[in-house]
Design a binder for this molecule. Structure first.
Ligand SMILES: NC(=O)c1ccc[n+]([C@@H]2O[C@H](COP(=O)([O-])OP(=O)(O)OC[C@H]3O[C@@H](n4cnc5c(N)ncnc54)[C@H](OP(=O)(O)O)[C@@H]3O)[C@@H](O)[C@H]2O)c1
Length: 252
Protein backbone atom coordinates (compact mmCIF):
# COMPACT_ATOMS: atom_id res chain seq x y z
CA UNK A 1 0.00 0.00 0.00
CA UNK A 2 1.08 3.54 -0.71
CA UNK A 3 0.42 6.52 1.53
CA UNK A 4 0.98 10.26 1.28
CA UNK A 5 1.24 12.34 4.44
CA UNK A 6 0.67 15.96 3.43
CA UNK A 7 0.98 18.75 5.98
CA UNK A 8 -1.05 21.91 5.40
CA UNK A 9 -3.56 20.03 3.20
CA UNK A 10 -6.60 22.02 4.35
CA UNK A 11 -6.13 24.66 1.60
CA UNK A 12 -3.70 26.14 -0.91
CA UNK A 13 -0.88 24.08 -2.39
CA UNK A 14 -1.20 21.27 0.18
CA UNK A 15 -4.87 20.72 -0.68
CA UNK A 16 -4.00 20.47 -4.40
CA UNK A 17 -1.15 18.01 -3.70
CA UNK A 18 -3.43 15.86 -1.52
CA UNK A 19 -6.16 15.93 -4.22
CA UNK A 20 -3.71 14.76 -6.88
CA UNK A 21 -2.46 11.91 -4.69
CA UNK A 22 -6.07 10.79 -4.16
CA UNK A 23 -6.68 10.89 -7.93
CA UNK A 24 -3.62 8.62 -8.30
CA UNK A 25 -5.19 6.19 -5.77
CA UNK A 26 -2.63 6.96 -3.06
CA UNK A 27 -4.08 6.87 0.49
CA UNK A 28 -3.80 10.28 2.12
CA UNK A 29 -3.18 11.50 5.66
CA UNK A 30 -3.78 15.25 5.81
CA UNK A 31 -2.25 17.21 8.69
CA UNK A 32 -3.48 20.70 9.64
CA UNK A 33 -5.56 22.53 12.22
CA UNK A 34 -8.72 22.59 10.07
CA UNK A 35 -10.19 19.76 8.02
CA UNK A 36 -11.24 19.54 4.36
CA UNK A 37 -14.56 17.83 3.62
CA UNK A 38 -14.07 18.01 -0.18
CA UNK A 39 -10.92 15.89 -0.01
CA UNK A 40 -12.70 13.37 2.21
CA UNK A 41 -15.62 13.17 -0.25
CA UNK A 42 -13.25 12.75 -3.23
CA UNK A 43 -11.36 9.97 -1.44
CA UNK A 44 -14.65 8.18 -0.65
CA UNK A 45 -15.67 8.47 -4.30
CA UNK A 46 -12.31 7.05 -5.48
CA UNK A 47 -12.23 4.30 -2.85
CA UNK A 48 -9.03 5.66 -1.31
CA UNK A 49 -8.50 6.07 2.44
CA UNK A 50 -8.34 9.61 3.79
CA UNK A 51 -7.58 10.64 7.36
CA UNK A 52 -7.28 14.09 8.84
CA UNK A 53 -4.82 14.43 11.72
CA UNK A 54 -5.79 17.60 13.55
CA UNK A 55 -2.54 19.17 14.67
CA UNK A 56 -1.19 22.62 15.45
CA UNK A 57 2.38 22.34 14.18
CA UNK A 58 3.41 25.39 16.18
CA UNK A 59 2.85 23.44 19.41
CA UNK A 60 5.44 20.78 20.31
CA UNK A 61 3.06 18.59 22.36
CA UNK A 62 0.48 18.69 19.58
CA UNK A 63 3.17 17.82 17.02
CA UNK A 64 4.33 14.80 19.04
CA UNK A 65 0.77 13.54 19.46
CA UNK A 66 0.14 14.14 15.73
CA UNK A 67 3.29 12.22 14.83
CA UNK A 68 2.12 9.20 16.84
CA UNK A 69 -1.14 9.24 14.89
CA UNK A 70 0.61 9.65 11.51
CA UNK A 71 2.97 6.74 12.20
CA UNK A 72 0.10 4.48 13.36
CA UNK A 73 -1.91 5.34 10.23
CA UNK A 74 0.77 4.81 7.60
CA UNK A 75 3.59 2.55 8.80
CA UNK A 76 2.23 -0.99 9.03
CA UNK A 77 2.97 -4.40 7.55
CA UNK A 78 1.13 -3.78 4.25
CA UNK A 79 2.91 -0.46 3.59
CA UNK A 80 5.55 -0.42 0.87
CA UNK A 81 5.94 3.32 0.16
CA UNK A 82 5.18 6.58 1.99
CA UNK A 83 5.36 10.08 0.55
CA UNK A 84 5.91 12.73 3.20
CA UNK A 85 5.20 16.25 1.93
CA UNK A 86 6.22 18.93 4.42
CA UNK A 87 4.10 21.69 2.91
CA UNK A 88 2.53 23.55 5.86
CA UNK A 89 4.09 26.96 6.15
CA UNK A 90 3.53 30.51 7.29
CA UNK A 91 4.88 33.79 5.92
CA UNK A 92 4.21 35.97 8.94
CA UNK A 93 5.79 37.93 10.52
CA UNK A 94 6.38 40.20 7.53
CA UNK A 95 8.25 42.95 9.35
CA UNK A 96 11.63 44.64 9.43
CA UNK A 97 14.20 43.58 12.02
CA UNK A 98 13.79 45.70 15.14
CA UNK A 99 9.99 45.45 14.87
CA UNK A 100 9.73 41.63 15.15
CA UNK A 101 7.66 40.15 17.98
CA UNK A 102 9.08 37.21 19.89
CA UNK A 103 5.97 35.01 19.80
CA UNK A 104 5.46 35.48 16.04
CA UNK A 105 9.09 34.58 15.29
CA UNK A 106 8.94 31.54 17.55
CA UNK A 107 5.70 30.25 15.97
CA UNK A 108 7.05 30.85 12.47
CA UNK A 109 10.22 28.86 13.14
CA UNK A 110 8.23 26.09 14.83
CA UNK A 111 5.90 25.63 11.81
CA UNK A 112 8.44 26.22 9.02
CA UNK A 113 11.56 24.61 10.49
CA UNK A 114 11.13 22.66 13.74
CA UNK A 115 8.00 20.75 12.70
CA UNK A 116 9.36 19.50 9.35
CA UNK A 117 12.70 18.55 10.91
CA UNK A 118 11.05 16.60 13.75
CA UNK A 119 8.53 15.01 11.39
CA UNK A 120 11.27 13.75 9.08
CA UNK A 121 13.35 12.70 12.11
CA UNK A 122 10.54 10.44 13.33
CA UNK A 123 9.61 9.06 9.90
CA UNK A 124 13.23 8.25 8.94
CA UNK A 125 13.76 6.39 12.23
CA UNK A 126 10.55 4.37 12.03
CA UNK A 127 10.75 3.68 8.27
CA UNK A 128 14.39 2.54 8.43
CA UNK A 129 13.54 0.16 11.30
CA UNK A 130 10.78 -1.38 9.13
CA UNK A 131 12.65 -1.19 5.79
CA UNK A 132 9.98 1.01 4.20
CA UNK A 133 10.98 3.50 1.47
CA UNK A 134 10.09 7.16 1.82
CA UNK A 135 9.63 9.97 -0.67
CA UNK A 136 10.37 13.13 1.32
CA UNK A 137 9.41 16.43 -0.31
CA UNK A 138 10.07 19.64 1.60
CA UNK A 139 8.26 22.65 0.17
CA UNK A 140 10.64 25.58 0.03
CA UNK A 141 10.65 29.01 -1.62
CA UNK A 142 12.80 31.12 -3.91
CA UNK A 143 13.05 33.42 -0.87
CA UNK A 144 15.60 30.95 0.57
CA UNK A 145 18.12 32.22 -1.94
CA UNK A 146 17.11 35.90 -2.06
CA UNK A 147 17.46 38.85 0.27
CA UNK A 148 14.02 40.47 0.59
CA UNK A 149 13.23 43.52 2.72
CA UNK A 150 10.76 42.53 5.49
CA UNK A 151 11.13 38.77 4.91
CA UNK A 152 14.11 38.00 7.18
CA UNK A 153 12.20 35.32 9.08
CA UNK A 154 10.70 33.59 6.03
CA UNK A 155 13.91 33.65 3.96
CA UNK A 156 15.81 32.24 6.95
CA UNK A 157 13.31 29.45 7.60
CA UNK A 158 13.25 28.35 3.95
CA UNK A 159 17.07 28.53 3.71
CA UNK A 160 17.16 26.26 6.77
CA UNK A 161 14.83 23.77 5.08
CA UNK A 162 17.05 23.65 2.00
CA UNK A 163 20.14 22.94 4.11
CA UNK A 164 18.24 20.36 6.17
CA UNK A 165 17.15 18.60 2.94
CA UNK A 166 20.74 18.49 1.66
CA UNK A 167 22.08 17.15 4.97
CA UNK A 168 19.35 14.50 5.19
CA UNK A 169 20.13 13.34 1.64
CA UNK A 170 23.84 13.03 2.50
CA UNK A 171 23.11 11.00 5.64
CA UNK A 172 20.66 8.66 3.89
CA UNK A 173 22.95 7.89 0.93
CA UNK A 174 22.66 4.22 0.00
CA UNK A 175 19.11 3.93 1.41
CA UNK A 176 16.12 3.64 -0.90
CA UNK A 177 14.58 7.03 -0.06
CA UNK A 178 13.85 9.93 -2.40
CA UNK A 179 14.61 13.29 -0.77
CA UNK A 180 14.32 16.75 -2.30
CA UNK A 181 12.94 20.26 -1.85
CA UNK A 182 10.40 21.81 -4.22
CA UNK A 183 10.31 25.55 -4.85
CA UNK A 184 6.85 26.24 -6.29
CA UNK A 185 7.03 29.86 -7.53
CA UNK A 186 4.20 32.28 -6.82
CA UNK A 187 0.82 30.60 -6.23
CA UNK A 188 -2.66 32.06 -5.88
CA UNK A 189 -3.31 31.08 -2.24
CA UNK A 190 -4.20 32.71 1.07
CA UNK A 191 -0.48 33.21 1.71
CA UNK A 192 -0.27 35.60 -1.25
CA UNK A 193 -3.26 37.48 0.18
CA UNK A 194 -1.35 37.94 3.44
CA UNK A 195 1.67 39.21 1.49
CA UNK A 196 -0.45 41.76 -0.44
CA UNK A 197 -1.99 43.06 2.78
CA UNK A 198 1.42 44.10 4.19
CA UNK A 199 2.33 47.75 4.57
CA UNK A 200 5.15 49.27 2.52
CA UNK A 201 7.02 50.04 5.74
CA UNK A 202 7.04 46.38 6.67
CA UNK A 203 7.63 45.08 3.12
CA UNK A 204 9.09 47.49 0.56
CA UNK A 205 8.22 45.31 -2.47
CA UNK A 206 4.52 44.85 -1.61
CA UNK A 207 3.53 46.74 -4.78
CA UNK A 208 5.23 44.12 -6.98
CA UNK A 209 3.16 41.38 -5.37
CA UNK A 210 -0.09 43.35 -5.73
CA UNK A 211 0.76 43.75 -9.42
CA UNK A 212 1.42 40.01 -9.84
CA UNK A 213 -2.16 39.33 -8.71
CA UNK A 214 -3.67 42.14 -10.81
CA UNK A 215 -1.84 40.92 -13.91
CA UNK A 216 -2.82 37.26 -13.38
CA UNK A 217 0.79 36.12 -12.85
CA UNK A 218 0.04 33.81 -9.92
CA UNK A 219 -0.21 30.12 -10.78
CA UNK A 220 -3.06 27.94 -9.59
CA UNK A 221 -2.28 25.44 -6.81
CA UNK A 222 -3.45 22.63 -9.15
CA UNK A 223 -0.90 23.55 -11.84
CA UNK A 224 1.92 23.79 -9.31
CA UNK A 225 0.95 20.47 -7.69
CA UNK A 226 0.78 18.90 -11.16
CA UNK A 227 4.41 19.86 -11.88
CA UNK A 228 5.44 18.15 -8.63
CA UNK A 229 3.45 15.02 -9.54
CA UNK A 230 5.17 14.87 -12.96
CA UNK A 231 8.54 15.01 -11.22
CA UNK A 232 7.55 12.21 -8.83
CA UNK A 233 6.66 10.04 -11.82
CA UNK A 234 10.31 10.17 -12.97
CA UNK A 235 12.20 8.94 -9.86
CA UNK A 236 15.29 8.12 -11.95
CA UNK A 237 15.62 11.82 -12.84
CA UNK A 238 15.55 12.93 -9.19
CA UNK A 239 18.85 13.67 -7.47
CA UNK A 240 18.57 13.47 -3.70
CA UNK A 241 19.19 16.71 -1.80
CA UNK A 242 18.36 18.96 -4.76
CA UNK A 243 16.07 21.99 -4.71
CA UNK A 244 13.78 21.60 -7.76
CA UNK A 245 12.32 24.88 -8.94
CA UNK A 246 9.01 24.99 -10.80
CA UNK A 247 10.44 27.51 -13.28
CA UNK A 248 13.29 25.12 -14.23
CA UNK A 249 10.96 22.12 -14.41
CA UNK A 250 8.56 23.81 -16.83
CA UNK A 251 11.36 25.60 -18.69
CA UNK A 252 10.12 29.15 -18.06
N1 LIG B 1 1.82 30.89 -2.06
C1 LIG B 1 3.02 31.12 -2.60
O1 LIG B 1 3.17 31.99 -3.50
C2 LIG B 1 4.21 30.30 -2.18
C3 LIG B 1 5.43 30.55 -2.81
C4 LIG B 1 6.55 29.80 -2.45
C5 LIG B 1 6.44 28.84 -1.47
N2 LIG B 1 5.24 28.62 -0.86
C6 LIG B 1 5.19 27.57 0.18
O2 LIG B 1 4.17 26.64 -0.16
C7 LIG B 1 3.64 26.05 1.04
C8 LIG B 1 2.12 26.17 1.04
O3 LIG B 1 1.78 27.54 1.02
P1 LIG B 1 0.33 28.06 0.60
O4 LIG B 1 0.55 29.25 -0.23
O5 LIG B 1 -0.51 26.93 0.13
O6 LIG B 1 -0.17 28.57 2.04
P2 LIG B 1 -1.64 28.77 2.65
O7 LIG B 1 -2.65 28.84 1.57
O8 LIG B 1 -1.52 29.89 3.61
O9 LIG B 1 -1.88 27.39 3.43
C9 LIG B 1 -1.04 27.08 4.52
C10 LIG B 1 -1.32 25.66 5.00
O10 LIG B 1 -0.45 25.43 6.12
C11 LIG B 1 -1.24 25.02 7.23
N3 LIG B 1 -0.72 25.57 8.48
C12 LIG B 1 -0.35 26.86 8.74
N4 LIG B 1 -0.05 26.98 10.05
C13 LIG B 1 -0.22 25.75 10.61
C14 LIG B 1 -0.09 25.26 11.93
N5 LIG B 1 0.28 26.04 12.96
N6 LIG B 1 -0.35 23.95 12.15
C15 LIG B 1 -0.76 23.15 11.13
N7 LIG B 1 -0.90 23.56 9.87
C16 LIG B 1 -0.64 24.86 9.62
C17 LIG B 1 -2.64 25.60 6.97
O11 LIG B 1 -3.63 24.76 7.61
P3 LIG B 1 -4.57 25.23 8.85
O12 LIG B 1 -4.68 26.71 8.81
O13 LIG B 1 -5.84 24.48 8.60
O14 LIG B 1 -3.83 24.72 10.04
C18 LIG B 1 -2.76 25.49 5.46
O15 LIG B 1 -3.24 24.22 5.08
C19 LIG B 1 4.30 26.79 2.21
O16 LIG B 1 5.37 26.04 2.71
C20 LIG B 1 4.82 28.07 1.56
O17 LIG B 1 5.90 28.62 2.25
C21 LIG B 1 4.13 29.33 -1.19
Amino acid sequence: MQYAVVTGASRGLGEAIARQFILKSVNVVAVSRSGNEELKALADEKGVSFHHVSCDLSDLDDLNEGLNQMIDLVLHKDTHYVYLVNNAGVIEPIQTVGQLEAEAVQKHMQVNVTAPILTVNRFIKEANERDISLGIINITSGAAEKTIHGWSTYSSSKAAINRFTQTLALEQEGKDHTIFAYSPGVIDTDMQGEIRSSSEDAFADVGKFRKLKEEGELRSPEEVAGVLMNLLEKPDKIENGQVYKLYDLIGK
